[in-house]
Design a protein around this ligand. Structure first.
Ligand code: UDP
Length: 319
């Protein structure tokens, strides 16, 4: 089958491309290398079933051409990372909303299945955990730019579901929780690669806030298998799924775990949010997925533990 991955040179996209090639698929990637890197896919370049276009998904004609060729589209191209969102709010909103609009319009022309990757950010600051797919989204005011990311991805979800209901376009929404693994960069503020790098260099490990906020981390291969499973299951169409791992850890504990696992002597320092981000920055206190829906439909269970994930990420950095 011919499969298109938007954002296929990114961290998750490149792992997805690799797995689809391994399964014998023909893989087309479009990526503008904004946060993606050629480095991520250089090992795939020699494969005759791998095709890459370095362009933005905002090029409508090009997207139509790719959609005409490919039967399934994994839409991963998006502005990601809290830091990027605060630094470049216009780009974030435009890439996420306009980009998805163009991808869906092109897909609809040829009635191609679209797997939209969304984010656990859409739950916003809802404090009820674990999050179930039909729980409320709770956002802060529009004057706090951090919420623009959540809102932009929520609009992507609304639009995808609207295409499904109104135009019978087969879409699946996958809400990814914090995903980690080799090739993820700390450059956009993601916590695990940042901590690993700091620990290995002996630099202070920077915990934002009081470190009592928690997250649950999923290894990238678990995310990739969930995305492929969802793309193959007819009953996933028109539905929203959490993709994650139920184990919760506070960021303070994470810092200690990473320091220990990398045999580091780094100090753990606590930095107020307003210094790390902007004045009045609001973080999500907890973020844990309920993965029952995904489990019931495709038998999904996360296979890689947090410790194994960190071990592999450390090994990858050391290389
Ligand atoms: N974080 C931190 N130090 C860092 C980077 C992030 O303490 O150097 C915190 C951040 O404030 C958040 C958590 O780690 O509470 C996860 O951050 P990340 O940006 O990885 O993901 P998200 O905020 O989207 O869950």
């Amino acid at each position: 089958m011919r499969i298109l991955i938007t954002g296929g040179a990114g961290f998750i996209g490149s792992h997805l491309a690799e797995e689809l090639l391994r399964r014998g698929e023909e893989v087309y990637v479009i990526d503008n290398l904004s946060t993606g890197r050629l480095e991520n896919i250089k090992h795939l370049a020699a494969n005759p079933r791998f095709h890459i276009t370095i362009e933005t998904i905002l090029e409508e004609k090009l997207m139509e051409d790719l959609a005409s060729k490919c039967e399934v589209i994994f839409h991963l191209a998006a502005a990601v990372g809290v830091r990027l969102i605060i630094e470049k709010p216009v780009d974030t909103i435009e890439t996420n909303i306009l980009g998805t609009e163009i991808v869906l319009r092109a897909a609809n022309k040829f009635k191609r299945k679209v797997i939209l990757t969304s984010t656990s950010e859409v739950y916003g600051k809802n404090s009820k955990v674990p999050f179930r797919e039909d729980d409320d989204s709770v956002y802060g005011p529009t004057t706090k730019s951090r919420w623009s990311y959540a809102c932009s991805k929520a609009i992507d979800e609304f639009l995808s579901l609207a295409y499904f209901h109104e135009k019978k376009l087969p879409i699946v929404v996958a809400r990814l929780f914090n995903t980690i693994g080799p090739r993820q960069t700390g450059r956009y503020g993601m916590v695990v690669p940042s901590f690993v790098q700091q620990a290995l260099l002996g630099h202070p490990i920077t915990v934002y806030g009081d470190g009592k906020q928690s997250r649950s981390f999923t290894y990238v291969s678990d995310v990739v298998s969930a995305l492929i499973g969802l793309s193959e299951h007819p009953k996933a169409v028109g539905e929203v799924f959490n993709v994650g791992n139920g184990r919760e850890i506070t960021i303070g504990q994470l810092a200690m775990l990473i320091r220990k696992m990398s045999n580091s002597k780094s100090k753990i320092v606590y930095i107020p949010y307003e210094k790390a981000f902007e004045k009045g920055f609001e973080d999500m206190k907890r973020r844990v997925p309920d993965i029952a829906k995904l489990n019931h439909l495709i038998g999904y269970k996360p296979r890689v533990s947090l410790e194994t994930s960190i071990e592999r990420i450390i090994a990858n950095y050391r290389e």
